[in-house]
Write a protein that binds this ligand. Structure first.
Ligand SMILES: Cc1cc2nc3c(=O)[nH]c(=O)nc-3n(C[C@H](O)[C@H](O)[C@H](O)COP(=O)(O)OP(=O)(O)OC[C@H]3O[C@@H](n4cnc5c(N)ncnc54)[C@H](O)[C@@H]3O)c2cc1C
Length: 384
């Protein structure tokens, strides 16, 4: 297997590195970040893999990997400022949107002028998303929505929500789902923030009480919302750059171990800690090689399927392991919080240790990933 990039791809890497050197915010002021966002947008690196006709970069997958990789290595600010808009609303619009919807929504997503949130999960529909119940009936040219969503990240700061509703209870549970694009200031929407265990509130419950949505805001056909969602989520085409983040965390963890004492000597010399760090290092390398395998398959024109669950599971486990190890290395300082005199790195590791649900649960829990790996990759019998 050849993991080398072509001379053209390496030239693109050099271009990305030079751009980062010239534009990366040095002191992190709001003006600098805005200038950065403007520069990456002008380069068409926001929506890099989207078709040029909708305003994207028309980039190839190998270049996309290089771009994300170099950005992650340099710790550059995100490419674009509307995460969910870029991750799945835009791709779904590109594939299923009417010309009018594309013209209305895509430029604002690329320019970061509007924030989108995702209204999929409900109190009884998370892993089994297709069991969702949020009710939607058609009344002439409008849909009327009644029901509740939960864990809706950044709902309180979003102008739009991509919403899955049930328009029919007939046929298979996947058949009666419809996708709507709804302004968050519509009459009848109530957003109630939920506090997480680190004390902040980044997600919310969202209630819909006779919310009227014009039929023209439907994305795809009525009853085809499941198809729209599955294909939109599949657009996130590579997870290789995530490895960079883990490698960085581990490097910082090694520094932390060098600076803390365990049993009277450097924690970095403790055999137990060394063993766990080495194990994490090896797993990250396994993830990187797995990512390269996915990339090779995609470059051959193969579609990615369940394989990505392997890296999703590894990443979830590693984030938890690194967070827990960091607290253990700090010994009696582990339980301290931001603001305490003795806490290393201003409580950064404590925050990391408390924010694992984001990477572990968001996008599918470890049990669900294990089921996917067991059933679809290993061919084991179906879960009951
Ligand atoms: C930080 C964060 C942000 C999120 N943001 C959003 C968002 O913006 N929009 C949105 O719509 N949702 C969001 N979610 C919701 C997320 O997608 C769901 O929480 C997730 O899909 C799990 O669903 P659930 O919470 O209903 O748990 P459940 O599905 O009830 O699962 C509970 C437990 O049972 C296990 N389980 C369930 N089914 C099976 C099975 N068949 N086999 C084995 N074990 C099983 C699960 O693994 C889990 O351990 C977010 C979640 C988090 C943590």
């Amino acid at each position: 297997m050849d993991f080398d990039f072509t001379p053209e791809e390496e030239a693109f890497r050099a271009e990305v590195q030079a751009f980062i050197q010239a534009h990366i915010p040095k002191s992190g002021t709001a003006e600098e970040i805005q200038a950065w966002q403007k520069a990456v947008r002008e380069k068409r690196w926001v929506g890099f893999s989207w078709p040029e006709e909708v305003g994207g970069g028309g980039g190839g997958i190998a270049q996309q990997v290089i771009l994300k990789d170099e950005m992650a290595k340099a710790r550059a600010p995100a490419l674009g400022s509307c995460f969910m808009g870029l991750a799945w609303v835009g791709p779904a619009l590109t594939e299923y949107g009417t010309d009018e919807q594309k013209q209305t929504f895509i430029p604002d997503i690329l320019d970061g002028k509007v924030q989108w949130c995702t209204g999929y999960s409900e109190p009884d529909s998370g892993s089994d998303l297709a069991s969702l119940k949020c009710k939607c009936v058609r009344d002439g040219d409008t849909y009327i929505v009644n029901g509740q969503k939960i864990w809706t990240s950044i709902a309180m700061w979003s102008q739009w929500i991509i919403l899955l509703v049930r328009t029919s209870g007939d046929g298979s549970k996947h058949d009666g789902i419809t996708c709507l694009l709804v302004p968050m200031d519509s009459e009848g929407i109530t957003v109630r923030p939920i506090k997480n265990m680190s004390g902040g509130a980044v997600f919310a419950e969202v209630f819909f009480d006779d919310v009227r949505v014009p039929v023209e805001n439907r994305l795809g056909e009525e009853g085809q919302g499941w198809k729209v969602t599955v294909s939109a989520l599949a657009h996130e085409r590579s997870s290789i750059a995530e490895v960079q983040g883990l490698q960085r965390s581990l490097a910082e963890l090694k520094d932390l171990a060098r600076s803390c004492k365990k049993n009277g000597r450097s924690a970095a010399e403790d055999p137990g800690i060394r063993g766990r760090i080495a194990r994490a290092d090896a797993r990250i390398e396994a993830m990187r090689l797995n990512g390269m395998r996915y990339l090779t398959a995609q470059l051959r024109g193969e579609k990615l399927g369940s394989e990505t669950s392997v890296n999703k599971l590894h990443r979830a486990e590693l984030e938890v392991e690194i967070g827990e190890l960091a607290l253990e290395i700090q010994g009696s300082r582990g339980p301290l919080a931001k603001g305490a005199d003795e806490v290393p790195a201003d409580g950064k590791w404590q925050r990391m240790a408390l924010s694992w649900p984001e990477v572990v649960i968001g996008g599918g829990t470890p049990n669900i990933q294990r089921n996917i790996i067991a059933e679809r990759i290993l061919g084991l019998p179906k879960d009951l």
